[in-house]
Design a protein around this ligand. Structure first.
Ligand SMILES: Nc1ncnc2c1ncn2[C@@H]1O[C@H](COP(=O)(O)OP(=O)(O)OP(=O)(O)O)[C@@H](O)[C@H]1O
Length: 336
């Protein structure tokens, strides 16, 4: 059996607002990612995906705070490390993060090679300027990015090329896990395909070992990731293989989410999430029962009474009171 490269157990993180209220953005999240695997994270806007990504990196800066739980990267609990250790030993080396709109955050006054020089100065100080250049040029060419890009300024690159460059820079230290938050949003279909190809190449070349891919574009998850995890109101409501999650969802929320997808034949048409009536609960005051109950057509009184525990089924996990047979019966009747 393959070992886990990332293990998250009961992770809780919250924002403290100026009025001193707590926003429970990640509320008891647990999952594991095996070496060599890719995990997609889906869910509506505001359900905690980006906060989970920040939390996994140990980026706890006010207003975001750590509330409990563990994050193990290749066996090391990063929450037990100091901020300095996180910065020098974990960030970029063990686990790298490409935030939303990262390509727009590149300093326009610096040539691309300067970003790589800065990383190497910190992590590989023994390398001279020429060695850094050669290493960067070789990496870029292996990834089918011209080494000429290294001499360009960010604004001289197209959006798609800028995004691929950011990914190449962020993975230059061969992190074990790459977390990419909406890496294809705001790109045209051709550029999206190029970004996906690059991510797959990074895995194939073993420049990264595992990938966490956050996106609203659900068909992309089907084509890119082994597993999909769906979040709702700060919690994981279901996790399974991409095939199971898209074609045989168990949780009523996953069912609604996936109901909006038509898997396009050639793979990459951008289908966004269809609107689900109602809104997620306020994360300042989360309900004690099922958080989806108010929007769930199958909800009963029991759903609102007390915490809903995860149920396991053949390696899948879903957070609902009801048994699979009952859910499937309801779904069958719905389709009839
Ligand atoms: N700086 C902040 N201060 C207070 N609350 C915040 C802050 N940033 C995010 N939140 C809240 O935390 C919750 C989770 O937000 P998060 O951005 O993680 O969701 P998301 O699923 O990534 O959404 P999106 O897909 O729009 O990026 C939301 O209720 C959001 O309003």
């Amino acid at each position: 059996m393959s070992r886990n490269i990332l293990e998250v157990n009961d992770l809780k993180t919250y924002y403290r607002t100026r009025l001193k209220e707590k926003v429970h953005a990640v509320d008891g999240v647990s999952f594991a990612l095996e070496d060599g695997k890719t995990l997609g994270i889906a869910g509506e806007s505001g359900c905690g995906k980006s906060t989970l990504a920040l939390s996994l990196m140990g980026f706890y800066f006010p207003p975001l705070h750590y509330g409990g739980g563990s994050i193990k990267v290749d066996g090391t609990d990063i929450m037990k490390l100091s901020k300095e250790q996180l910065r020098t030993q974990v960030s970029g080396r063990e686990i790298a993060y490409i935030p939303q709109a990262a390509m727009n955050a590149l300093n326009p006054t610096l040539k691309i090679i300067r970003f790589i020089e800065d990383i190497m100065k910190e992590h590989r100080p023994e390398l001279g300027k020429q060695q850094v250049y050669e290493l960067a040029a070789q990496r870029f060419e292996t990834l089918n990015l011209s080494a000429k890009v290294l001499h360009s300024y960010p604004n001289e690159l197209s959006g798609g090329m800028k995004q691929r460059t950011v990914i190449a820079i962020s993975t230059i230290l061969n992190p074990k896990v790459l977390i990419a938050d909406e890496p294809t949003s705001a790109l045209d279909v051709t550029s999206q395909k190029a970004v996906i190809k690059l991510l797959k190449e990074l895995l194939k070349q073993k420049f990264i070992r595992s990938l966490v891919f956050i996106t609203h574009e659900l068909p992309l998850l089907y084509h890119v990731t082994d597993d999909i995890m769906v979040m709702y109101a700060g919690e994981v409501v279901e996790r399974g293989t991409a095939q199971q999650m898209i074609f045989d969802p168990l949780h009523p929320y996953t069912k609604k989410l996936m109901g909006s997808i038509i898997v396009p034949e050639e793979g990459m048409k951008g289908h966004k999430l269809a609107a689900i009536p109602g809104a997620p609960p306020n994360l300042k005051q989360v309900p004690s029962g099922c958080r989806f109950a108010d929007r769930c057509e199958y909800a009963r009184d029991v759903c609102r009474q007390g915490k809903v525990e995860n149920q396991m089924l053949d390696g899948r996990v879903y957070r609902c009171h009801f048994a699979v047979d009952m859910l499937k019966e309801w779904y069958k009747n719905e389709g009839a």
